[in-house]
Design a protein around this ligand. Structure first.
Ligand SMILES: NC(=O)c1ccc[n+]([C@@H]2O[C@H](COP(=O)([O-])OP(=O)(O)OC[C@H]3O[C@@H](n4cnc5c(N)ncnc54)[C@H](OP(=O)(O)O)[C@@H]3O)[C@@H](O)[C@H]2O)c1
Length: 268
């Protein structure tokens, strides 16, 4: 029988490509996103409205997905957003919005599926992190904090739920040419008189350029499917270009001051 997948953030970018890849490979997919309530769809998937920051919306998604396909074998937590800005410029609300969307929502979805998976004695949870879950870059402070949070949380979770036959995989994408600019806001505090403005403009231009030249989002969807077909789920799936793999390795082995001398000029 086809495995049932619940996937969040499936209306755009990597979530959309992953949901459609799963459907193409015969998984039964219940896909959630806010814009599914506004007419958007993902090919081959049951598209349900879902705001991952709203407990009521999560309740409605869970009951509709259960009614349609029964409990999930797999959860893919992909919904995410970015607010670019200097750390000093973020309002508390902006920081909370990023943490709510990228971290608390994943924890909330996980808590909803674990009872079903524990009862079945098996299950798989795929949490979208990022290369930014492993290292920081300028002007992505809120996003990087949220991705570091899901890295740590997933590692702890995986130790805890192994005994119930449940496996966790972190997906750590590098830049992919998929993301919609609608989800890359600028912090309201990044005004034209900000002392960070010139550095911010240079850094965000580099970030946008890296995304435009990024990897193929369809290939990432396929890699997730292939990982889910394996007998044992990998703990981490890092999908990045060689220079981004190298950046993670250098970040871990070089003295911080030396690493800063490489990364700093790249974003200036
Ligand atoms: N693109 C990249 O280069 C890249 C690199 C590393 C990691 N990632 C990670 O991959 C994931 C997808 O990013 P992306 O850039 O490919 O996609 P994206 O185009 O930025 O789309 C974001 C998705 O998240 C959904 N979303 C945002 N807020 C939501 C909310 N409150 N409730 C439900 N859904 C919500 C959006 O759907 P609605 O607006 O319809 O709700 C949309 O489907 C994210 O977790 C991101 O951090 C992406």
């Amino acid at each position: 029988m086809a495995q049932v997948v619940w996937i969040t953030g499936a209306s755009s970018g990597l979530g959309l490509h992953t949901a459609q890849a799963l459907a193409r490979h015969g998984f039964t997919v219940a896909a959630g996103a806010r814009s599914f309530g506004r007419g958007k769809t993902a090919a081959g998937c049951l598209c349900l409205p879902l705001d991952v920051t709203s407990p009521e919306s999560i309740d409605a998604f869970v009951s509709q997905a259960l009614k349609a396909y029964g409990p999930p074998d797999i959860l893919v937590n992909c919904a995410g957003m970015l607010i670019l800005g200097a750390c000093e410029s973020y309002s508390p609300e902006e920081l909370r919005q990023v943490m709510e969307t990228n971290f608390f929502s994943q924890a909330a979805m996980i808590s909803r599926v674990l009872p079903f998976m524990r009862e079945k004695g098996k299950g798989r949870i795929v949490n979208f992190s990022s290369i930014n879950g492993l290292l920081g870059i300028p002007f992505e402070g809120a996003y990087t904090a949220s991705k570091h949070a899901i890295e740590g949380y997933s590692e702890c979770l995986s130790y805890e739920v192994k005994r119930f036959g449940i496996e966790i995989m972190l997906v750590e994408p590098g830049d992919h040419r998929s993301g919609s600019s609608a989800y890359r806001k600028h912090a309201a505090g990044m005004t034209s008189d900000s002392p960070y403005k010139a550095a911010f403009d240079a850094g965000t231009a580099r970030i946008a350029q890296d995304e435009q030249n990024g990897s193929d989002p369809d290939a990432l969807g396929e890699k997730i499917v292939q990982a889910l077909k394996k007998k044992r789920l990998p703990r981490r799936l890092r999908v990045a270009k060689p220079d981004q793999h190298l950046a993670v390795i250098l970040h871990d082995i070089l003295p911080p001051a030396l690493f800063d001398r490489i990364i700093g000029p790249y974003y200036s």
